[in-house]
Design a binder for this molecule. Sequence first.
Ligand code: ADP
Ligand code: MG
Length: 578
Amino acid sequence: MIRILPEHVINQIAAGEVVERPASIVKELIENSLDAKADHIVINLRNGGKGLIRISDNGTGIAPEELDQAVLRHATSKIAKIEDLDHVLTLGFRGEALASIASVSQMYLESKTSTSNSASTITMDHGRIENKNTAAREQGTTVNIENLFAKIPARRKFLKSDRQELAVIVRLIQEIALANPAVHFELNHNGQELLNTPPRKSLLEKFYDIFPSPDLPGKMMAIEQEENGLKLQAIISQPIIKRASKGQQMVAVNQRTIRDYRINKTIEDAYHTFLLSSEHPIFFLHLSVNPQEIDVNVHPRKNEVRFEHLDHILSFIYRSVKGTLEKQILSVNPSFNSKFEIPNAQLSPTSNFEFRTSHSPSNSVASPSNTYQAAQFNQLFTEETPPRPIKVVSQIKNSYILCTAEQSLILFDQHAAHERFIYEELKKTRAQKSTQQLMNPLELTATAEQSILLAEQQQNFANFGIQLEQSGPNNWLITDVPNMPRSYKIDWSQVVLNSLDQVHAESLTHSLQDHEDDILHTMACKAAVKFNDHLSLSELQRLIDDVAYLPGIYTCPHGRPFRLELTFNELDRYFKRH
Ligand code: ADP
Ligand code: MG
């Protein structure tokens, strides 16, 4: 027998999508408060939100005669027709949150507008109205949720421990607070204050309020940029901050917190040459986009949006983040080497070579039990003692170069170090656009698929200094190549084909510039000495003279470290000489 389901059952089913766990309720209720223009929102929780969720705001409130409506499904004051979705500026618009939440809990709601004399209240039990009344309160709304999922054991049993549910909520409120820096949020759990974020003008200050980790002050950078009507505000960590997880990466669009792996990946990509692949930056990124260029109605919990100009947005993000990182690296690092003259370089070497081999705590003192791992890449050069030459002692396993400096032993990975040096040189060559024509063009044989890609990328290669001419369906000639700083032997057809592979594998196309970066990486990799190449002592010393003084650079272009440093101080401690 087919029957129309009663309203409260329909709501309970709909709640399956909207109300997954306590955090989903917190999110919907805070969004309602923000939509009601509240600038002070207080959240009280018990037992990770499973015992109680109470959210009070000082927003516009709900008129007494509309209170019944507000808790009905498909009841909203925010849109009236489908076209309104095109320019929706509120966080809510589906008109189902209150009804869904009410259907799976006991809800008490009180609200007062500026014009009513007292607040109106409504008490509901799993979707049924139990009681209506009035109460005294200031303008604003309080929603109180208890006994969540009491009658829906299938849901209740999927909830995690109090602590885990709480962690999700805290993280959510941190994100929302960053996305709405002018709003004062207070969060209390079992009577204890967890968060209190008074309004701040500066996003950076707000960030430090919300994330008071002791290692962060002074290490976060603010970005503010605009391009083609797109505004980007971000707080990003300097590469010196390395996290083992991606837990502190947050994105918002038009005050709405969202999940978008493409944006996160783009930012991680921008850190590519600064961090190892196992290390992750911290960031909060806020985009302001014309509401007509996004679709917010793609997810019942509204934590995804669709972008009309995704490629441009990703490219803009990538360029902004990478540019900021590059500028920072240049500004904090001393220029030891006249070859790398950096205008206005501030000398602050102490912040410079703080670099560790592992995630071990920075104060781990090398003792016989914690072996080599604890060795730190230590600061070698200080302002008082100018750098002394680093001397090669020997090559180890045809792969590592052991050196001594004034105060330390240093090991280099010969391939990774050399690769980085060539990469930096190539960047300069590229900037100068210096190329050379080959006396005898190089022949390159490609597959049909490669040929199509080559034709597509021909201009990219040309911009970089590699001129390609098609000489047959699958045959090409390389006529011009970039001027190399030294006489490195480079197999240019390998470079071209390898670069093609990378461009091909990269599913997210960034700007042209990013492809050029890939090409640079490949060229540097091909031109560098290999991991098993035997080198003479003088060749080794020349290599070390090239790579040892790269300012502020510790990794190969792919992000692997290339130098390990052990100070004599650490050695002395290890051998108990102190
Ligand atoms: P939506 O937010 O999608 O409109 P909800 O079910 O979340 O749907 O809320 C229904 C309506 O109740 C809202 O459109 C709004 O008019 C009103 N409302 C809910 N919460 C508040 C609040 N905290 N302050 C003022 N009005 C509110
Ligand atoms: Mg809502």
